[in-house]
Write a protein that binds this ligand. Structure first.
Ligand SMILES: Nc1ncnc2c1ncn2[C@@H]1O[C@H](COP(=O)(O)OP(=O)(O)OP(=O)(O)O)[C@@H](O)[C@H]1O
Length: 259
């Protein structure tokens, strides 16, 4: 039996839409994510992808249903508590890093997350060698900027840093929320291959929202398609490996035309 890392049971999210009306953002979602799954998440604008991530991360709570992480019910747990298990990388390169702090300080903060130890100058010095090695491993030159405030990094460098920060302590679940969307095509492709390498080497469990069909197809062992707050398709490894871009586009368009 595979180990289940995330389970959402009958997840419903409704919000008030006027006095008597309610808008359904998630409509009875049931999802099981197994350890080691790398799932790409597709869906048109407004399909509910970010809402799904928000209810997993705890930014917003379910109206009804349950969210479990490794068999623990976290439905009512606060975002801060969940952050010890769940890491998220956002689309905006400005989120997730402290702009006035250097790359090494940001990395060290991420490394000490959830621990009682304080960030001291001495720590930064001691850890610098380790952080340099960590940056070198991702092979995009970030190690040259260890003493640079992150506000001065390019979007691509900052997203690579956000990815490193999110994974420096391997999370139980990694959420990638269109983390390459704000980058130019070449930088996005580089970050995507870094991401895949990291997930593979560290054997991470990951959900990745993307609007890039090619990436949704190329990466991961599973693909889910959201439409109007429901999972319309859940494509496993074998079916996914045989799926062509044309077939995926057709599936996506079929769902879009129903909107
Ligand atoms: N806090 C909120 N208040 C009102 N409506 C909301 C709120 N959050 C989300 N919605 C609505 O819920 C629906 C789903 O939004 P969500 O952001 O989850 O979609 P998405 O699939 O991530 O879309 P996109 O690809 O555009 O980012 C949309 O119709 C959106 O307008």
């Amino acid at each position: 039996m595979p180990e289940i890392v995330l389970e959402i049971r009958n997840g419903v999210k409704k919000i008030a839409n006027g006095v008597n009306d309610k808008q359904v953002l998630l409509n009875n979602i049931t999802l099981q994510v197994n350890k080691g799954d790398f799932i790409t998440v597709l869906g048109g604008n407004g399909a509910g992808k970010s809402t799904l991530f928000n209810i997993i991360a705890g930014t917003t709570k379910l109206t009804s249903g349950t969210v479990m992480i490794s068999e623990t019910d976290i439905t009512l747990k606060k975002e801060e508590e969940r952050a010890l298990l769940i890491s998220r990388v956002f689309q905006d390169p400005h989120m997730g890093t402290a702009p006035n702090m250097t790359v090494s300080e940001n990395l060290l903060l991420a490394k000490l997350r959830g621990e009682k130890r304080k960030l001291r100058k001495q720590n930064v010095k001691e850890q610098k060698k380790l952080l340099k090695e960590l940056c070198q491993k991702i092979d995009n030159g970030l190690e040259k900027y260890l003493e640079t405030p992150t506000g001065q990094l390019s979007g691509g460098q900052r997203q690579a840093l956000s990815l490193l920060m999110a994974t420096i302590k391997p999370p139980t679940l990694l959420l990638l929320d269109e983390h390459t969307a704000a980058l130019d095509p070449k930088t996005a492709a580089n970050l995507m291959s870094l991401t895949a390498k990291k997930i593979d080497t560290d054997q991470l469990t990951c959900l990745m929202i993307t609007h890039r069909m090619e990436d949704a197809l190329k990466y991961g062992n599973r693909l889910i398609l959201l439409e109007e707050g429901e999972i319309k398709a859940d494509i496993g490894a074998e079916e996914k490996s045989n799926l062509t871009l044309e077939e995926l586009l057709l599936l996506f368009e079929k769902d879009r035309t129903r909107l």
